[in-house]
Design a protein around this ligand. Sequence first.
Ligand code: GRF
Length: 183
Amino acid sequence: MADRRRVAVLISGRGSNMRALIEAADGYEVVLVASNRIHAPGLDAARGLGVPTFAFEAGRDAFEAALQRALDDHRIGTIALAGYMRILSPGFIARWRGRIVNIHPSLLPRHKGLDTHRRVLAAGETVTGCTVHLVNEDLDSGDVLAQAEVPVEPGDDATRLAARVLNAEHVLYPKALSEFVSR
Ligand code: GRF
């Protein structure tokens, strides 16, 4: 049985949550950063932090097959999605059931999917936040592990609100992952 404290972080982009997960690791270790985008900026950041990377651009099935081999090689027990912008296949999710977590920039179940901050503002909400949850076959619908609230301030636009929520994500995600791997 793989050690659930050995974590792979999956990214597609800048990887600021990935960095937070690496730098604030407590009770787990990020032993691999994997990406479906070979030029994802987060890959350079991971290498700079001394974490091995795996990057491969291919169709979903081929990518996931190669990813599975990399996860096996590194004896990964937990997968943390951090801005991974491709829906995982039902087969991959079934294989990793209960061992994939994600962070989402809203207070789920409100605002599943993309463009959350614009929708929060359009709805006139005064509180938003972020959610760490288990991944299942339905988008942004798995069991909630942890949430943090963030105020919407007068005059916010989506960019300002996103930055405030992102700061909260960087605190919440490492803490939630520590609790998850030790439970
Ligand atoms: C974050 O807002 C996260 O909640 C969402 O995608 C964004 C990734 O940002 N899932 P980064 O790549 O971690 O900076």
